[in-house]
Design a protein around this ligand. Structure first.
Ligand code: FE2
Length: 274
């Protein structure tokens, strides 16, 4: 069974048998890793895709570095990061990187909401993470759904042009905050630190409303050892609160394989019309 699965990594997780099966190759590869919604509802493999596309995030229970790696290899190609410890994989914990610009992730400090690789030419679409060692105090994960931010901005009367005028500006230059790969199709980049700041070339109230919405729509969750998430990095912002203790997180950045029917995640997310 394992050989069958490894030989058929054509990008479709549904190639793996349902997790309701007791003994399958997927189980051997993943151990007991399973998926839930933000509210803790369990799901099978087919529902994984539905929830990732509808909610932008799927949560992990009983995950491990190996289990998450094996799962992601079935439908993604990994994205290399300058701080990675091995190909595509980064261990995020307080370390010697903490003094370099934009490296608050490698400290005990709070890490504001952001999308990963937001100033890169082509940020990865998938961010997966599993808690290797939980903090003893603080270190809560925070999230905010870019789809909800966008919907609220439009409901407040901000136009497509107002939203297109939002930028990220830094030493790298500048880039649109909201890419628009197609009609009702968006791709969010965001960070607000010494590397890049949000800005606008037109209405300042669009920027101030964005900041208000980030605070109002933010969700928080404390992850214990073995818990984690797979999120759509073009849509869901993430960060964490300050913490104490030896908190350590395994992170994998990736893009969906071109052969997958879910490859549109690489372009961004759809904002449903009312
Ligand atoms: Fe991050």
């Amino acid at each position: 069974m394992i050989e069958h699965i490894l030989d058929h990594r054509d990008g479709e997780v549904s190639d793996c048998p349902s997790m309701s099966h007791v003994i399958t190759g997927c189980h051997i590869l993943r151990g007991n890793m399973r998926f839930t919604t933000f509210h803790g509802d369990a799901m099978n493999d087919d529902q994984f895709w539905h929830v990732l596309e509808s909610d932008g995030i799927v949560f992990i229970q009983e995950g491990t570095q190996r289990g998450l790696s094996e799962f992601l290899q079935s439908f993604t190609t990994w994205y290399h990061h300058p701080h990675e410890h091995s190909a595509g994989l980064t261990k995020i914990s307080p370390n010697s990187l903490s003094n370099s610009a934009g490296s608050a992730g490698f400290t005990h400090l709070a890490l504001g909401l952001h999308t990963d690789r937001s100033t890169a030419s082509e940020p990865p679409s998938i961010l997966a993470s599993v808690m290797e060692h939980a903090s003893t105090q603080g270190g809560d994960s925070i999230f905010c759904d870019g789809q909800k931010i966008l919907k609220n901005l439009k409901q407040k009367g901000h136009t497509e042009q107002d939203i297109a005028d939002l930028r990220l500006v830094g030493q790298f230059g500048e880039t649109p905050m909201w890419g628009q790969p197609g009609k009702n199709h968006y791709s969010l980049r965001y960070r607000d630190d010494e590397v890049a700041r949000p800005a606008t070339s037109s209405r300042e109230d669009t920027l101030s409303d964005l900041h208000l919405l980030l605070g109002r729509l933010m969700m928080m969750r404390h992850l214990e050892q073995g818990e984690g998430y797979v999120l759509h990095n073009h849509r869901i912002l993430h960060g964490r609160t300050a913490f104490k203790g030896a908190r350590s997180v395994i992170r994998i950045l990736a893009n969906v394989l071109d052969s997958s029917q879910h490859r549109d995640l690489n372009q961004g997310f759809v904002l449903p019309e009312d």
